[in-house]
Design a protein around this ligand. Structure first.
Ligand SMILES: Nc1ncnc2c1ncn2[C@@H]1O[C@H](COP(=O)(O)OP(=O)(O)OP(=O)(O)O)[C@@H](O)[C@H]1O
Ligand SMILES: Cc1ncc(CO)c(N)n1
Length: 273
């Protein structure tokens, strides 16, 4: 008998350049052999050089996308990416409370690599107080962790303090990404699990500017693995390994912060774990 194929959901913004946002989520979830579905929240006119414009979709069509998925599909895990502003964050929170799409990964996307805002300043508190308490795992980068915790992160000890503060807000599991510690020869992420155990995931830093969509790719991989029923710890470890391969085996696309090689892990036994 044929069984339901595993399905996951990306709630995010579109990157026309194809490297980050919903496009990175789709490519990643597909590579992890999970069926990807989407709720599009915003559209950006973007390439590897920057974000030229952004347009947030009306909440009516956001609600309708959630309803259409709930009516028909069997989604086992979901993630959020770019949510644009207070109105859109609240629309997503409302729908995530209404429907069960499995464990939620919140990638609290705020600013694109080139510096363009993808979340309005006043929406940060709403993400913190209304969205994060629904999260199974949150994956902020360093500036996002600072904004969400008011901890100024100068070193690894500060990352541990910020992770504890995020857990206090209600996030069960926290992964703070150290990709922004440029100058360091390692790229180290700190993980604090629900049961209080913690560990570092470290990989040699790749000397490249082609890192557009690293955060989206990592959180999408975690989401796909959670949809398959992997534990949070296993999903995180697989996510780190997968994103590392996509950076390490880079491709040349565009003239700025180029996208990742999402199919880099195809021939690697390790990344198919
Ligand atoms: N140059 C690099 N070499 C190796 N690993 C990296 C590098 N840059 C980032 N990473 C890893 O990529 C993952 C994503 O981290 P990062 O801090 O870049 O996320 P992000 O800022 O949210 O990304 P984006 O905003 O582009 O989606 C982490 O596991 C981090 O350690
Ligand atoms: C649409 C979109 N979402 C997320 C990111 C962050 O990588 C981006 N650059 N663009």
């Amino acid at each position: 008998m044929m069984e339901q194929f595993v399905q996951a959901l990306s709630i995010a913004g579109s990157d026309s350049g194809g490297g980050a946002g919903m496009q990175a989520d789709l490519k990643t979830i597909q590579e992890r052999h999970v069926f990807a579905t989407t709720v599009l929240v915003a559209i950006t006119a973007q390439n590897t050089l920057g974000v030229n414009d952004a347009f947030a979709l009306p909440t009516k069509i956001i609600d309708e996308q959630f309803e259409a998925l709930a009516e028909d599909l069997a989604i086992k895990a979901c993630k959020t990416g770019m949510l644009a502003d207070v109105e859109r964050v609240r629309a997503v929170v409302k729908n995530l409370k209404k429907f069960d799409f499995g464990p939620l990964t919140v990638d609290p996307v705020m600013i694109a690599k080139g510096g363009a805002p993808l979340l309005s300043e006043d929406a940060i508190a709403v993400v913190k107080n209304e969205l994060l308490p629904l999260a199974t795992i949150a994956t902020p980068n360093l500036p996002e962790a600072e904004k969400l915790t008011d901890v100024s992160i100068e070193d690894e000890a500060d990352m541990e303090i910020a992770a504890k503060k995020l857990q206090a807000v209600g996030v069960k599991n926290v992964m703070i990404k150290g990709g922004h510690f440029v100058g360091d020869d390692q790229s180290s992420d700190f993980v604090l699990l629900e049961d209080g155990t913690s560990f570092w995931l470290t990989s040699p830093r790749v000397d490249t500017i082609r890192t557009h969509g690293t955060g989206d790719t990592l959180s999408a991989c975690i989401t796909a693995e959670l949809a398959k029923g992997k534990s949070v710890e296993d999903a995180i470890r697989i996510g780190k390994k997968y994103v590392d391969e996509t950076i390490r085996h880079g491709i040349i696309v565009g003239h700025g912060h180029g996208p990742l090689n999402h199919w880099a892990g195809r021939n690697s036994d390790e990344s198919n774990g």
